[in-house]
Design a protein around this ligand. Structure first.
Ligand code: ATP
Ligand code: MG
Length: 153
């Protein structure tokens, strides 16, 4: 079941932060956030605010552009931040530990189009769009029946 929840304007990074923190507060083991959108649309910015909710403002959250993945252990959750832009083929996915990540952690995945057949059937999709004047993001859930995101509406 696909539920399109809402489109949020992102007028500034503060707006991105507000949404990221709201979602981080509800995050549970097994949640997979697919961060879709063109180059520069705001995916890493969202991931940074999400992760900083657990670690504080001063923590360095590098973009995993070249490493493809960075992990962040919290006391209760292991957060995996993927950027699959440079992934060459699906075979590399296993080497990254993605299967383990999907089942045991909280995943934030930039360029999820690259997942191919690994695309999960249960996930939260954030579609980022940026034009010269405007930025926004549309939130969608796939395969979630519970109502825990309803407070975001
Ligand atoms: N809500 C926002 N308001 C204003 N600027 C923003 C916002 N979100 C992101 N930016 C700016 O847009 C630029 C690109 O953001 P970001 O790196 O998050 O994009 P990305 O989608 O991760 O790009 P890539 O596809 O290259 O990984 C950065 O300079 C960032 O500061
Ligand atoms: Mg990025």
């Amino acid at each position: 079941m696909i539920k399109t929840l809402k489109t949020y304007p992102l007028l500034s990074q503060e707006d991105t932060k507000t949404l990221a923190v709201e979602l981080a507060k509800t995050a549970q083991k097994g949640d997979i956030f697919l961060l879709e959108g063109d180059l520069g649309s705001g995916k890493t910015t969202f991931a940074r605010f999400f992760i900083r909710h657990f670690f504080g403002e001063d923590v360095d959250i590098p973009s995993p552009t070249f490493t493809l993945v960075q992990t962040y252990p919290t006391p209760n959750l292991l957060i995996w931040h993927f950027d699959l832009y440079r992934l060459k083929d699906e075979g590399e996915i296993q080497e990254l530990g993605l299967e383990e990540a999907l089942s045991t952690g909280v995943c934030l995945i930039e360029w999820p189009e690259k997942l191919g057949s690994y695309k999960p059937s249960r996930c939260i999709v954030l579609k980022f769009e940026a034009t010269r004047e405007k930025r926004y993001v549309t939130l969608e859930t796939i395969g979630y029946w519970e109502t825990r995101f309803d407070s975001l509406l």
